[in-house]
Design a protein around this ligand. Structure first.
Ligand SMILES: NC(=O)c1ccc[n+]([C@@H]2O[C@H](COP(=O)([O-])OP(=O)(O)OC[C@H]3O[C@@H](n4cnc5c(N)ncnc54)[C@H](OP(=O)(O)O)[C@@H]3O)[C@@H](O)[C@H]2O)c1
Length: 283
């Protein structure tokens, strides 16, 4: 069995490594070391956001790695204060400049914010389409979009989002959103893939891990990969960064896949804010 990270082909023809490294809640001062470690281990996909305040350090780590820019897939996201088209243009310029790149691989609307901006995320999306036409964003997508948001987007969009990055893990399968994605060619990216660690002590997960000689995190990440989703676990613990990367030399059988799927608690398993209500605009 191959141990290389598979790539997923997006609806625009671009490819994305199925496993990446997430940098949410990594302090700027720790980010260069953390991302450098991830690149050394072999990760070639970094997920950041303007909101995480560490784009500059992500860019520094990529440059100092000696890797070609084209070998590292970088995602960032439009912060919640910048949904108006002119603000989005400025924010996108600032993201490219913080990262020190002339294009980004994937740029997302971070949250739909249906209760702000008169619920108009369609104009915001049309601005991301501009960035793609200019070649400055190779792929564009959304994050935290519910089915109703995707449906509304479809009424005014020229481009179908390449991805929808949403909370998903064994306790919160997010099936309805994933199904809509499958039916419309939108790849699902699963954020908080190990539910911030909460799912790692679940007896179903630990039993599988012990039986097959893997760690609970590896079992859960492997489960995501076999479902076809894109994942980017966050860890600043070097041993875990390595552990999370070793998930391509084993498989879960269909009975174990089903047992992990059965942990889904529906809405009760959601850890983060509900996208219909989330309206936080950072200062
Ligand atoms: N679009 C959005 O709205 C959104 C929201 C949240 C997250 N995200 C993205 O998704 C990425 C991942 O989500 P997340 O950071 O929230 O949560 P996560 O990856 O599910 O969990 C991170 C937590 O799990 C621990 N951990 C990681 N690997 C482990 C292992 N092998 N064994 C035990 N514990 C382990 C980490 O601890 P240590 O660091 O101490 O090792 C950290 O506390 C983020 O970094 C970000 O890129 C996007």
């Amino acid at each position: 069995m191959t141990t290389a990270v598979p790539v997923i082909t997006l609806n625009d023809g671009n490819t994305i490594p199925q496993l990446g490294y997430g940098v949410f809640q990594i302090e700027p001062k720790d980010t260069v070391a953390a991302v450098s470690k991830a690149l050394e281990v072999g990760y070639r996909h970094i997920d950041t956001a303007e909101m995480y305040d560490n784009e500059k350090e992500v860019g520094e780590a990529v440059r100092s790695s000696g890797l070609d820019r084209g070998d590292v897939f970088i995602t960032s996201k439009l912060n919640n204060g910048f949904h108006r088209p002119d603000d989005a243009r400025k924010a996108f310029d600032a993201t490219l400049s913080a990262l020190g790149v002339d294009y980004i691989d994937l740029f997302l609307i971070h949250w739909p914010l249906p209760t702000l901006y008169d619920g108009d995320f369609v104009s915001t999306w049309r601005t991301l389409e501009e960035f793609q036409r200019e070649g400055r964003a190779r792929s564009i997508g959304v994050s935290n979009f519910q089915v109703s948001h995707l449906q509304r987007l479809a009424t005014g969009a020229k481009v179908v989002p390449a991805v929808n990055q949403v909370e998903a893990h064994p306790y919160f399968g997010n099936e309805e959103v994933r199904r809509y994605g499958r039916e419309h060619g939108i790849a699902t990216e699963a954020w908080a893939p190990i539910a911030k660690g909460r799912v790692l002590t679940d007896p179903v997960v630990t039993e599988i891990a012990e039986r097959i000689g893997r760690t609970p995190a590896q079992v859960v990440l492997r489960w995501h990969v076999q479902r076809g989703d894109i994942v980017f676990p966050k860890s600043t613990t070097p041993k875990r960064v390595e552990e999370n990367f070793q998930i391509f030399d084993f498989e879960l059988d269909s009975a174990d896949m089903d047992r992990v799927c059965a942990l889904d608690k529906g809405e009760a398993g959601r850890n983060g804010p509900h996208p219909d209500r989330f309206a936080h605009v950072p200062n």
